[in-house]
Design a protein around this ligand. Structure first.
Ligand code: ADP
Length: 453
């Protein structure tokens, strides 16, 4: 400001001096008048120029274009520089806050949960892609639409109409189909002035797992209750009636069968829980293929004879392809043994006395080792095949029980194979028999040290 006043004073003095000189030149007696006129004219010219510079600054500010700043000196120049600096700072702050907002929205977009913002009139302000997919919202088209006009599910409508805050509801998602269910949990939180935040979550798998758990508990209870009821009936009979010794022996034998059934069930349940709770078997423990086949063969013969009861036994054949006689399986021996035993015992149990069972070990072109159990039994209808490995799933419940089945055998086999990186493949035609195949990847078996693959 001082500099500006000094500038003005210099102009004033220069004007006064010029006026005085002009007065002298004119040889005028009233030189003071010339001096005053000179000072006034210089002052006026100074203010005029200053006003013009001010107007250029105002015009520049009005245009709002940072790049075309006027080049001025003095106070107006300082104002231009300071304004430019302030504007640049502001622009940087806005860019940073824009970036933060973008990052924030990208994070919400990446969230596995859906996020939906509603204004005080329940109109859609913003929603991420997950919520849009789950609820069937078109992000662009449905903006500022009332959510009630888009979501017609009565459960959702009642939920939105209820005043309770921070509660949730489970509805069917937009792409829900009976064969491909989609269940979505919607949770509401109120914020701001009447605004609402809806968080959506796909709970299909959770609900299915919960249903499986409920079914499992119900199945286990049922499986245990049946033999227990039978046993307690026999105990009561033995306690209350004085039966001849041969009847007593018969009842005791029946009780022993039921006790054995419960024992087998508990053992299978413990096996399953052990398989689920332990890490995958290492490749350092091994089992010889020949031993595995031998043990299974002995078990199969024993089971076939014990089941025959005069009806004759099945023709059971175990074949190991050439070159595999010294092969070893890399994994948990007990688990691998139980997997093949389960398949062989099923084949014996579900094949009539005059039927045939072939167990074969061979290598496929992809290097996998396949152990297949082929029987000439009743076969399984196609609609049952996808569910065979579910716990307690049986095609013929009474037949499975009669032959001492628990309904857990194939579930155990599937688990064992998964833990070894392999799989269980089932092929069957009703009336023509079944083939159950254990597929072990090339990393889970090798020829003995003396042989090369
Ligand atoms: P289970 O103890 O009842 O045999 P599994 O889990 O071993 O239970 O088998 C499930 C069901 O698959 C059986 O109840 C049976 O109906 C069917 N199944 C298994 N193996 C065979 C087979 N070789 N032939 C026909 N049906 C079979």
């Amino acid at each position: 400001m001082l500099w500006r006043t000094f500038n003005w004073l210099v102009a004033l003095c220069a004007g006064a001096a010029t006026g005085a000189l002009w007065g002298l030149y004119q040889d005028s007696k009233s030189i003071w008048v010339y001096l005053l006129l000179g000072a006034l004219s210089a002052s006026f010219a100074w203010w005029l120029k200053d006003g013009w510079r001010g107007l250029r600054v105002v015009a520049w500010l009005g245009a709002g274009d940072l790049t075309s700043a006027p080049t001025l000196s003095g106070l107006w120049g300082d104002i231009v520089d300071l304004t430019c600096r302030l504007l640049r700072q502001q622009e940087r702050a806005m860019q940073a806050s824009d970036q933060r907002l973008k990052d924030f929205l990208s994070a919400i977009q990446a969230s596995p949960n859906g996020v939906l913002l509603l204004d005080a009139q329940s109109q859609i302000e913003w929603c991420n892609q997950t919520a849009a997919l789950q609820l069937g919202i078109d992000v662009e088209r449905d903006k500022l639409q009332r959510i009630g006009n888009i979501m017609r599910d009565p459960i959702f409508t009642n939920f939105m109409a209820s005043g309770d805050s921070d509660e949730s509801v489970v509805i069917e998602g937009r792409s829900h189909r009976p064969n491909r269910p989609l269940r979505v949990s919607v949770q509401r939180h109120r914020y701001g002035e009447g605004k609402q935040l809806l968080i959506t979550r796909d709970v299909t798998v959770m609900e299915q797992a919960e249903a499986v758990r409920r079914d499992f508990v119900a199945n286990v209870s049922h499986e245990i209750r049946t033999p227990l009821t039978v046993m307690s009936g026999f105990v009561e009979t033995l306690q209350t009636l004085s039966l001849p010794p041969e009847d007593q022996q018969r009842y005791l034998a029946l009780m022993a069968t039921q006790a054995h059934r419960m024992q087998t069930l508990v053992e299978d349940l413990l096996t399953l829980s052990r398989l689920e709770g332990s890490p995958n078997p290492s490749v350092y423990s091994q089992l010889s293929l020949a031993d595995l086949m031998l043990v299974c063969e002995q078990e199969a013969m024993g089971l076939s004879e014990s089941m025959a009861k005069g009806a004759g036994t099945q023709m059971i054949e175990f074949v190991v392809d050439a070159g595999l006689s010294e092969a070893v399986l890399l994994g948990e021996p007990r688990e691998l043994q139980s997997a093949l035993s389960n398949l062989v015992s099923n084949a014996v149990r579900y094949t009539p006395a005059d039927g045939t069972i072939h167990v074969n070990a061979c290598v496929k072109t992809d290097g996998s080792l396949q152990l297949s159990v082929k029987d000439s039994g009743a076969g399984i209808a196609a609609e049952h095949l996808p569910r065979l490995t579910e716990r307690f799933y049986r095609v013929d419940r009474s037949r499975s029980r009669e032959s001492g089945g628990t309904g857990l055998g194939l579930a155990i086999v599937k688990h064992v194979m998964q833990r070894h990186g392999g799989s269980l493949v089932v092929a069957s035609v009703l009336g023509q028999g079944s083939t159950f195949t254990l597929v072990l990847p090339s990393t889970r078996w090798r020829l003995s040290a003396s042989q090369q693959r």
